[in-house]
Design a binder for this molecule. Structure first.
Ligand SMILES: C[S@@+](CC[C@H](N)C(=O)[O-])C[C@H]1O[C@@H](n2cnc3c(N)ncnc32)[C@H](O)[C@@H]1O
Length: 266
Protein backbone atom coordinates (compact mmCIF):
# COMPACT_ATOMS: atom_id res chain seq x y z
CA UNK A 1 0.00 0.00 0.00
CA UNK A 2 1.24 3.51 -0.81
CA UNK A 3 2.13 5.44 2.34
CA UNK A 4 2.05 9.24 2.33
CA UNK A 5 5.40 10.99 2.66
CA UNK A 6 6.40 11.89 6.19
CA UNK A 7 5.50 8.42 7.37
CA UNK A 8 7.90 6.65 9.71
CA UNK A 9 7.61 2.95 9.03
CA UNK A 10 8.45 0.27 11.54
CA UNK A 11 11.78 -0.56 9.99
CA UNK A 12 12.81 3.11 10.06
CA UNK A 13 12.47 3.73 13.81
CA UNK A 14 15.57 3.57 16.04
CA UNK A 15 14.73 0.30 17.82
CA UNK A 16 18.36 -0.51 18.49
CA UNK A 17 18.62 2.68 20.55
CA UNK A 18 15.56 1.87 22.68
CA UNK A 19 16.51 2.23 26.36
CA UNK A 20 14.38 -0.20 28.39
CA UNK A 21 15.65 1.09 31.74
CA UNK A 22 14.47 4.64 30.99
CA UNK A 23 11.27 3.31 29.46
CA UNK A 24 10.42 1.31 32.58
CA UNK A 25 11.42 4.09 34.99
CA UNK A 26 9.25 6.57 33.11
CA UNK A 27 6.21 4.39 32.56
CA UNK A 28 6.13 1.70 35.22
CA UNK A 29 7.99 2.86 38.34
CA UNK A 30 4.63 3.85 39.83
CA UNK A 31 1.42 2.00 39.08
CA UNK A 32 -0.93 4.43 37.33
CA UNK A 33 -4.72 4.41 37.46
CA UNK A 34 -4.80 3.43 33.79
CA UNK A 35 -2.57 0.40 34.26
CA UNK A 36 -4.52 -0.67 37.35
CA UNK A 37 -7.75 -0.58 35.37
CA UNK A 38 -6.19 -2.43 32.42
CA UNK A 39 -4.91 -5.14 34.76
CA UNK A 40 -8.42 -5.62 36.19
CA UNK A 41 -9.95 -5.88 32.73
CA UNK A 42 -7.39 -8.36 31.44
CA UNK A 43 -7.41 -10.43 34.64
CA UNK A 44 -11.20 -10.71 34.56
CA UNK A 45 -11.18 -11.63 30.87
CA UNK A 46 -8.70 -14.48 31.27
CA UNK A 47 -10.29 -15.77 34.50
CA UNK A 48 -13.75 -15.59 32.88
CA UNK A 49 -12.57 -17.32 29.71
CA UNK A 50 -11.11 -20.34 31.51
CA UNK A 51 -13.99 -20.56 34.03
CA UNK A 52 -16.52 -20.51 31.22
CA UNK A 53 -14.61 -23.16 29.29
CA UNK A 54 -14.38 -25.29 32.47
CA UNK A 55 -10.70 -25.39 31.69
CA UNK A 56 -8.13 -25.24 34.46
CA UNK A 57 -5.10 -25.91 32.30
CA UNK A 58 -1.75 -24.53 33.32
CA UNK A 59 0.18 -25.98 30.42
CA UNK A 60 -0.39 -23.56 27.55
CA UNK A 61 2.31 -21.87 25.55
CA UNK A 62 1.74 -18.14 25.75
CA UNK A 63 3.23 -15.15 23.98
CA UNK A 64 3.63 -11.49 24.79
CA UNK A 65 4.42 -9.56 21.62
CA UNK A 66 6.63 -6.46 21.81
CA UNK A 67 7.35 -6.86 25.52
CA UNK A 68 9.82 -3.98 25.74
CA UNK A 69 10.39 -3.62 29.47
CA UNK A 70 6.82 -4.29 30.58
CA UNK A 71 6.38 -7.54 32.46
CA UNK A 72 2.76 -7.14 33.54
CA UNK A 73 1.21 -8.58 30.35
CA UNK A 74 3.33 -11.72 30.86
CA UNK A 75 2.25 -11.85 34.51
CA UNK A 76 -1.37 -11.82 33.36
CA UNK A 77 -0.68 -15.07 31.43
CA UNK A 78 1.06 -16.85 34.28
CA UNK A 79 -1.64 -19.14 35.76
CA UNK A 80 -2.28 -20.85 32.40
CA UNK A 81 1.20 -21.18 30.94
CA UNK A 82 4.19 -23.41 31.44
CA UNK A 83 6.05 -21.37 28.82
CA UNK A 84 5.73 -17.70 27.87
CA UNK A 85 7.58 -16.28 24.87
CA UNK A 86 8.58 -12.64 25.22
CA UNK A 87 9.18 -11.42 21.68
CA UNK A 88 10.68 -8.04 20.83
CA UNK A 89 12.42 -6.56 17.82
CA UNK A 90 14.81 -4.29 19.75
CA UNK A 91 18.14 -5.81 20.78
CA UNK A 92 18.47 -3.66 23.96
CA UNK A 93 15.05 -4.85 25.15
CA UNK A 94 15.94 -8.48 24.49
CA UNK A 95 19.21 -8.13 26.42
CA UNK A 96 17.43 -6.36 29.28
CA UNK A 97 14.81 -9.12 29.47
CA UNK A 98 17.52 -11.79 29.47
CA UNK A 99 19.32 -10.01 32.32
CA UNK A 100 16.28 -10.02 34.63
CA UNK A 101 16.82 -11.67 38.00
CA UNK A 102 14.15 -14.18 38.74
CA UNK A 103 15.76 -15.57 41.85
CA UNK A 104 13.19 -16.83 44.36
CA UNK A 105 15.43 -15.53 47.16
CA UNK A 106 14.61 -12.02 46.00
CA UNK A 107 10.94 -12.85 46.40
CA UNK A 108 9.16 -10.41 48.71
CA UNK A 109 11.78 -7.72 48.07
CA UNK A 110 11.05 -4.56 46.17
CA UNK A 111 10.32 -6.13 42.80
CA UNK A 112 8.83 -3.36 40.70
CA UNK A 113 6.15 -5.69 39.34
CA UNK A 114 4.77 -6.65 42.78
CA UNK A 115 2.39 -3.69 42.74
CA UNK A 116 1.01 -4.92 39.38
CA UNK A 117 0.80 -8.52 40.60
CA UNK A 118 -1.21 -7.41 43.66
CA UNK A 119 -4.08 -6.43 41.37
CA UNK A 120 -3.97 -9.74 39.51
CA UNK A 121 -3.74 -11.65 42.79
CA UNK A 122 -7.07 -10.29 43.98
CA UNK A 123 -8.57 -13.26 42.11
CA UNK A 124 -7.81 -16.94 41.97
CA UNK A 125 -6.01 -18.60 40.21
CA UNK A 126 -3.46 -15.77 40.35
CA UNK A 127 -3.82 -15.68 44.12
CA UNK A 128 -2.66 -19.25 44.49
CA UNK A 129 0.74 -18.56 42.88
CA UNK A 130 2.97 -17.84 45.88
CA UNK A 131 6.12 -16.73 44.04
CA UNK A 132 5.15 -15.06 40.78
CA UNK A 133 8.62 -13.71 40.14
CA UNK A 134 10.37 -17.06 40.17
CA UNK A 135 7.45 -18.76 38.42
CA UNK A 136 7.69 -16.18 35.64
CA UNK A 137 11.44 -16.76 35.44
CA UNK A 138 10.85 -20.48 34.94
CA UNK A 139 8.29 -19.85 32.20
CA UNK A 140 9.86 -17.10 30.08
CA UNK A 141 11.72 -17.59 26.81
CA UNK A 142 13.07 -14.35 25.47
CA UNK A 143 13.27 -14.13 21.69
CA UNK A 144 14.41 -11.37 19.42
CA UNK A 145 11.97 -11.30 16.53
CA UNK A 146 9.78 -9.28 14.27
CA UNK A 147 6.07 -9.60 14.94
CA UNK A 148 5.42 -9.58 11.18
CA UNK A 149 7.24 -12.93 10.99
CA UNK A 150 5.42 -14.78 13.79
CA UNK A 151 4.36 -18.33 12.87
CA UNK A 152 0.62 -19.00 12.52
CA UNK A 153 -1.37 -20.77 15.21
CA UNK A 154 1.62 -21.34 17.46
CA UNK A 155 0.41 -20.06 20.83
CA UNK A 156 -2.58 -20.91 23.04
CA UNK A 157 -2.95 -17.49 24.72
CA UNK A 158 -1.43 -14.09 23.99
CA UNK A 159 -1.01 -10.44 24.86
CA UNK A 160 0.21 -7.42 22.93
CA UNK A 161 0.35 -4.10 24.78
CA UNK A 162 1.03 -0.70 23.23
CA UNK A 163 2.81 -2.14 20.20
CA UNK A 164 0.72 -2.12 16.98
CA UNK A 165 -0.02 1.62 17.20
CA UNK A 166 3.36 2.52 18.77
CA UNK A 167 5.75 1.12 16.17
CA UNK A 168 5.04 3.14 13.01
CA UNK A 169 2.95 6.08 11.78
CA UNK A 170 1.30 3.79 9.21
CA UNK A 171 -2.29 2.62 9.64
CA UNK A 172 -1.55 -0.15 7.17
CA UNK A 173 1.27 -1.43 9.40
CA UNK A 174 -1.01 -1.06 12.44
CA UNK A 175 -3.61 -3.32 10.82
CA UNK A 176 -0.98 -5.79 9.68
CA UNK A 177 0.51 -5.94 13.20
CA UNK A 178 -2.88 -6.71 14.77
CA UNK A 179 -3.52 -9.44 12.18
CA UNK A 180 -0.09 -10.90 12.66
CA UNK A 181 -0.64 -11.10 16.43
CA UNK A 182 -4.02 -12.79 15.99
CA UNK A 183 -2.68 -15.21 13.38
CA UNK A 184 0.03 -16.32 15.79
CA UNK A 185 -2.70 -17.71 18.08
CA UNK A 186 -4.48 -21.06 17.85
CA UNK A 187 -8.22 -21.03 17.06
CA UNK A 188 -10.08 -20.41 20.32
CA UNK A 189 -7.07 -18.86 22.07
CA UNK A 190 -7.96 -16.00 24.42
CA UNK A 191 -6.07 -12.76 23.95
CA UNK A 192 -5.75 -9.28 25.40
CA UNK A 193 -4.35 -6.29 23.57
CA UNK A 194 -3.97 -2.68 24.64
CA UNK A 195 -3.55 0.40 22.48
CA UNK A 196 -2.81 4.05 23.12
CA UNK A 197 -5.67 6.09 21.69
CA UNK A 198 -4.80 9.15 19.60
CA UNK A 199 -1.07 8.87 20.21
CA UNK A 200 1.19 11.46 18.63
CA UNK A 201 4.35 9.38 19.18
CA UNK A 202 6.58 9.12 22.24
CA UNK A 203 10.07 9.71 23.59
CA UNK A 204 12.32 7.28 25.38
CA UNK A 205 15.27 9.32 26.68
CA UNK A 206 16.63 11.30 23.72
CA UNK A 207 14.99 9.10 21.07
CA UNK A 208 11.63 9.69 19.41
CA UNK A 209 9.41 6.78 18.39
CA UNK A 210 6.52 6.84 15.91
CA UNK A 211 2.87 6.12 16.58
CA UNK A 212 -0.26 6.16 14.51
CA UNK A 213 -3.42 7.76 15.82
CA UNK A 214 -5.99 5.05 16.36
CA UNK A 215 -9.46 4.98 17.89
CA UNK A 216 -11.61 2.06 18.99
CA UNK A 217 -13.11 2.08 15.47
CA UNK A 218 -9.72 1.17 13.97
CA UNK A 219 -9.20 -1.53 16.58
CA UNK A 220 -12.65 -3.05 16.03
CA UNK A 221 -12.18 -3.12 12.25
CA UNK A 222 -8.88 -4.98 12.58
CA UNK A 223 -10.12 -7.51 15.13
CA UNK A 224 -13.52 -8.30 13.63
CA UNK A 225 -12.42 -10.79 10.92
CA UNK A 226 -10.18 -12.83 13.24
CA UNK A 227 -11.75 -12.67 16.71
CA UNK A 228 -14.89 -14.03 18.32
CA UNK A 229 -16.92 -12.14 20.89
CA UNK A 230 -14.32 -9.52 21.62
CA UNK A 231 -14.95 -6.61 23.92
CA UNK A 232 -13.40 -3.17 23.79
CA UNK A 233 -13.06 -1.00 26.88
CA UNK A 234 -11.94 2.60 26.83
CA UNK A 235 -9.85 3.70 29.79
CA UNK A 236 -9.68 7.43 30.45
CA UNK A 237 -6.36 9.09 31.17
CA UNK A 238 -5.62 9.75 34.83
CA UNK A 239 -6.45 13.20 36.06
CA UNK A 240 -4.03 14.96 35.72
CA UNK A 241 -2.78 12.91 32.74
CA UNK A 242 0.30 10.85 33.47
CA UNK A 243 1.68 11.39 29.96
CA UNK A 244 1.01 13.96 27.23
CA UNK A 245 -0.03 13.34 23.67
CA UNK A 246 -2.80 10.76 23.87
CA UNK A 247 -6.49 10.67 24.65
CA UNK A 248 -6.87 7.38 26.52
CA UNK A 249 -6.25 3.64 26.38
CA UNK A 250 -8.15 1.04 24.38
CA UNK A 251 -8.27 -2.48 25.80
CA UNK A 252 -9.45 -5.33 23.56
CA UNK A 253 -10.14 -8.76 25.01
CA UNK A 254 -11.47 -11.71 23.04
CA UNK A 255 -10.81 -15.09 21.51
CA UNK A 256 -9.12 -15.94 18.22
CA UNK A 257 -11.60 -17.41 15.74
CA UNK A 258 -10.78 -20.17 13.28
CA UNK A 259 -10.37 -18.07 10.14
CA UNK A 260 -7.01 -19.13 8.71
CA UNK A 261 -4.38 -16.64 7.68
CA UNK A 262 -4.36 -16.25 3.91
CA UNK A 263 -1.64 -14.65 1.82
CA UNK A 264 -3.95 -11.66 1.29
CA UNK A 265 -4.13 -11.16 5.05
CA UNK A 266 -0.49 -10.51 5.85
C1 LIG B 1 5.71 1.38 23.17
S1 LIG B 1 6.70 -0.03 23.36
C2 LIG B 1 5.59 -1.12 24.26
C3 LIG B 1 6.36 -2.03 25.21
C4 LIG B 1 5.51 -2.85 26.17
N1 LIG B 1 4.72 -3.86 25.48
C5 LIG B 1 4.61 -2.03 27.06
O1 LIG B 1 3.48 -2.48 27.31
O2 LIG B 1 5.02 -1.00 27.58
C6 LIG B 1 6.69 -0.78 21.74
C7 LIG B 1 7.51 -2.05 21.71
O3 LIG B 1 7.33 -2.70 20.44
C8 LIG B 1 8.56 -3.27 20.05
N2 LIG B 1 8.53 -3.45 18.58
C9 LIG B 1 8.51 -2.48 17.64
N3 LIG B 1 8.42 -3.02 16.42
C10 LIG B 1 8.37 -4.36 16.58
C11 LIG B 1 8.28 -5.47 15.69
N4 LIG B 1 8.21 -5.28 14.37
N5 LIG B 1 8.24 -6.71 16.21
C12 LIG B 1 8.30 -6.90 17.55
N6 LIG B 1 8.40 -5.90 18.45
C13 LIG B 1 8.43 -4.64 17.97
C14 LIG B 1 9.56 -2.24 20.52
O4 LIG B 1 10.87 -2.74 20.58
C15 LIG B 1 9.01 -1.86 21.87
O5 LIG B 1 9.47 -2.70 22.88
Amino acid sequence: MHEPSGQVLNEDAPWNSFDPRTYVETNYRCLTGEDARILEIVRDHFVGHFEHAGDDRSSLRGIDVGTGGNLYPALSLLPWCHEITLCDRAAPNVEWLKRQEWDALSEGGAWLWNQFWEILALRPPYRSIPQPRSRLGTAVRVEQGNLFDLPSGAWGIGTMFFVAESMSTSHEEFARAVRSFLHSLEPGAPFAAAFVEGSAGYHVGPETYPACRVSDTHVRACLRPYADSFEITLVDPSDPPFRDGYTGMIVACGRRNSRPAGPEDL
